[in-house]
Design a protein around this ligand. Structure first.
Ligand SMILES: *Cc1c(COP(=O)(O)O)cnc(C)c1O
Length: 387
């Protein structure tokens, strides 16, 4: 397995910045690709999980990804507009999507229902293009996909459309509800339903389609779900979907979130800090003002809870997170305006991790990295995928 390089703290170049390590994304992709030894569709939806759609896409391709996966068509078209030619699947398609644009850009689309297939077939006929289609089975998540009741109708309609040359069914897939709890009984249940769905599709003549089921957690923990291709997202960015230490899987977190202290001051014991005075220092102390807040994706729930590295130690945010700023209590440790504080990063230099933040703010690291933005500047380090 590839050796994880422990990155030092990133230098600070902006008032508040999200530093993205492209080499970490490429290395994580290579680790997973090597682990599964089969095609890997790298999920770059939601602006590359907050790391930037295009840089993330180029980095995963540099790391050996075979295809890209996104939720909505606009994301796929943005990849094509930027000149990315790898196979791309957009899976979250409602009525009235611009299927013509998808076909013209050679974007693969998922179909959940016969009406969705009919829309794709109509456009394929009109444009004389063959649509590359993945059929989605709902195997128990009750989200995308056709239920077992609707699946036979969908596969026979798809088989007819394939015979007519309007579609090529290139994928059969589903999504797990509990992959992050690898012992959970629903996993075996979903696998059984998926395999029945695949058998029905194959019996109907859809024999060329790749089967794919595994998200990041399943890519790490459930080899029986790997089938013909895996579909990880969050692990590519170095976060452990199982809530553990990503280094245990050879993964390195790619995102560091940091800011420059705007102001420091001494205040007496008992001073009320931030809105609602929910924090009062026990002794005279130094407060440091950090110029980012909930408008920038720092969750308000992090107030009095989430850790920040400042003046050499992690300290919980003092009082409420405001729209544009929050406060740290650094005691008598030396700190000055302009000093760097780190919200989360790889953890290798003593800074908190996104997992620590998720636990503190009662959320998941997925939500933290995809929402951090606002007035943060995003800055890239590393060269993977950079032309
Ligand atoms: C987001 C998503 C993935 C990737 O999930 P991770 O947990 O980030 O690996 C895979 N498949 C589907 C359908 C998704 O919505």
């Amino acid at each position: 397995m590839t050796q994880v390089e422990q990155a030092p703290l990133q230098a600070l170049e902006n008032r508040a910045e999200v530093v993205v390590d492209l080499d970490a994304i490429a290395a994580n992709t290579a680790v997973l690709r090597e682990r599964v030894a089969r095609p890997l569709m790298a999920v770059v939806k939601a602006d590359g999980y907050g790391h930037g759609l295009l840089p993330a896409a180029r980095a995963v391709l540099a790391g050996g990804a075979d295809a890209l996966g996104v939720a909505v068509l606009e994301e796929a078209l943005a990849l094509r507009a930027a000149g990315i030619t790898a196979p791309v699947l957009a899976w979250l398609n409602g009525p009235g999507e611009d299927v013509a644009a998808a076909l013209a850009a050679d974007v693969e689309v998922s179909v959940n229902a016969e009406w969705g297939l009919a829309e794709v077939v109509a456009v394929a006929r009109r444009t004389r293009l063959t649509a590359r289609v993945h059929l989605t089975a709902d195997t128990g998540l009750s989200r995308e996909g056709a239920t077992s009741a609707d699946w036979p109708g969908l596969v026979s309609a798809a088989a007819r459309a394939e015979t007519d040359g309007d579609v090529a069914v290139v994928g059969l897939w589903s999504h797990l509800a509990y992959a992050d709890a690898p012992q959970h009984p629903t996993i075996g249940q979903q696998v059984r339903v998926f395999e029945e769905a695949v058998s029905l599709a194959r019996a109907a003549g859809l024999t060329d389609a790749r089967r794919h089921l595994a998200n990041s957690a399943a890519t790490l923990a459930l080899p029986e779900t790997w089938y013909d291709m895996v579909r990880p997202g969050v692990a590519l960015y170095g976060l452990d979907p199982l809530g553990g230490d990503p280094a245990d899987h050879g993964l390195l977190p790619a995102m560091t979130v940091q800011a420059r202290v705007a102001l420091t001051k001494r205040v007496p014991a008992g001073a009320g800090v931030s809105y609602g005075h929910t924090y009062h220092p026990a002794q005279e102390t130094t407060l440091a003002l950090v110029p980012i807040g909930y408008a920038d994706g720092v969750p308000r729930a992090a107030g009095n809870r989430a850790p920040v590295l400042a003046a050499g130690r992690q300290r919980a945010i003092a009082g409420r997170v405001c729209m544009d700023q929050f406060v740290l209590d650094v005691g008598d440790d030396p700190i000055a305006p302009g000093d760097r504080v780190v919200l989360w990063g790889s953890g290798a230099a003593g800074e908190p991790t996104a997992q620590q933040w998720a636990d503190a703010a009662d959320t998941i690291h997925y939500e933290l990295v995809t929402r951090v933005g606002g007035r943060f500047r995003r800055r890239y380090v590393g060269t993977a995928g950079v032309a």
